[in-house]
Unconditional design. Structure first.
Lengths: 173, 145
């Protein structure tokens, strides 16, 4: 990162290779839209490049800093696109490659919709801890909250998603 | 430290809270509570149901599809990086053999052209000065009037 701060393109390319996939996955899980995920991942890394000078080693981990940039961009995009979720549903169906009429497809669509409907901080907490594999402490630092507050966000998110899945579980039993 | 993390006996309520906070994977549970929580799950049907629900949610979340990062994206990002003046100049020079050659020869051509033009201009000036030097100069004596 020190080399990126000195505008070293080769070092930036390495950084992109190391963190690109994870940040892209985070952004996709946040937006639910492949096209937005690509654009927002690009914008995230362009900001990493242009604001590299503001990152202070030892004060905050690079990943925490970069994910904060990605998250802020996602929030902005989310506000702009709020209500326009049709594209995202199409993307998810295409990715899974199965018919939305089967049970797994219906559960998946319901869960995707419920995930998108979660308040932003709950969704971010869940995506970081579950999908990105961050510890609760790391996610708390990224969201700038206490570990207890982070776990409270996770608990509310999981309870809400379990409610969504309950009818499908009952139907299976 | 919250209630679910405290090293007290794990009740069903505490287990439910632990599952909400940490999910269904025991590897992610606080170490201080893990053994007790697992013992409860093994011994109690309601605890088993809670754990099964938590694991089902984890599995459903894991099953959500995530597209791989498009292979073109890193190139797109690198191409979109803003370029500073030095990079633009270096790229311009590197684009072909004739660019640095023509750039090196430019001062020579300009110098030659300027020198030539100046020489012609100096000749005219010298002629004018010579004519002025040898022409008759009329001096008006104001006192005679």
């Amino acid at each position: 990162m020190a080399r990126v701060q000195r505008k070293d393109r080769e070092a930036f390319s390495v950084l992109l290779g190391r963190h690109g996939t994870a940040i892209h996955a985070f952004v996709f899980r946040f937006t639910g839209n492949a096209s937005d995920a690509e654009d927002l991942t690009q914008e995230t890394f362009l900001r990493v490049w242009s604001r590299a000078g503001t990152w202070e080693a030892g004060r905050v981990r690079f990943t925490t800093w970069a994910y904060r940039i990605a998250r802020n961009l996602c929030i902005d995009a989310w506000r702009t696109r709020q209500g326009a979720t049709a594209d995202a549903e199409v993307d998810v169906d295409e990715l899974a490659g199965d018919s939305p009429s089967n049970d797994a497809g219906r559960v998946r669509r319901a869960l995707e919709a419920a995930l998108r409907a979660l308040p932003e901080r709950q969704r971010t907490a869940l995506v970081l801890c579950h999908h990105q594999g961050w510890s609760n402490r790391e996610a708390a630092q990224m969201l700038d909250v206490s570990v207890d507050a982070l776990e409270s966000l996770l608990a509310r998110a999981r309870r809400s998603l379990r409610k969504t899945l309950a009818p499908y579980r009952e139907a299976q039993q | 430290m919250n209630d679910s993390d405290s090293p007290a006996n794990v009740t069903k309520e505490a287990l439910a809270d632990l599952l909400d906070r940490h999910g269904g994977d025991p590897e992610r549970w606080p170490e201080a509570k893990r053994a007790q929580a697992l013992a409860l799950v093994e011994a109690d049907a309601e605890a088993q149901r809670l754990h099964a629900e938590a694991k089902a949610l984890d599995a459903a979340l894991d099953a959500l599809p995530t597209p791989p990062m498009p292979s073109r994206l890193p190139h797109r990002v690198l191409d979109a990086l803003p370029r500073d003046f030095a990079e633009v100049v270096l790229d311009w020079f590197g684009a072909s053999f004739w660019r640095p050659v023509s750039f090196a020869l430019a001062p020579l051509v300009v110098g030659f052209a300027l020198g030539n033009a100046q020489q012609e201009g100096t000749g005219d000036l010298e002629d004018a000065v010579t004519l002025l030097a040898f022409s008759e100069v009329q001096v008006f004596d104001l006192a005679e009037d």
